[in-house]
Design a protein. Sequence first.
Length: 150
Amino acid sequence: MPKTLLVPDHILQKRNKEKAYVKKEERVLDPTLLDKSFKERLPSPTGWRILVAPYQGKEVTNKGVIIPDQIRQREALATVVAYVLKVGPIAYKDEGKFGDLNNPWCKEGDWICIGRYAGSRFSLEDMEVRIINDDEVIATILDPEDIKHI
């Protein structure tokens, strides 16, 4: 004799709603995005903003001690050093504010000093990035290891 499980209607409706919610949350990847490099998929800063990636520090100290990823991520939250990924279209175009328009404070590929908690933070593929205003750049530096925050 077959066994039949009787489920009350209110429980059945709840399960159907949960299944519909899970389907709605599933993300469908656009195949054209898979062909693009990570840099091409980065958001483009608008206006006078700059997209930067905070410096995470070394994975291994000079003495060979391995620094856990969790510690490095926590340090990156309060770091004052960042790498410039993209510059907005009108960054450093205000002559009254920045003077010589041919000499911007920073450009893509520069290491810069910023305020400790400057900008808006968000994550992209397990990497934190920030969008800062062009006037939040404090200095440009050659080597991120030269600067230690206190």
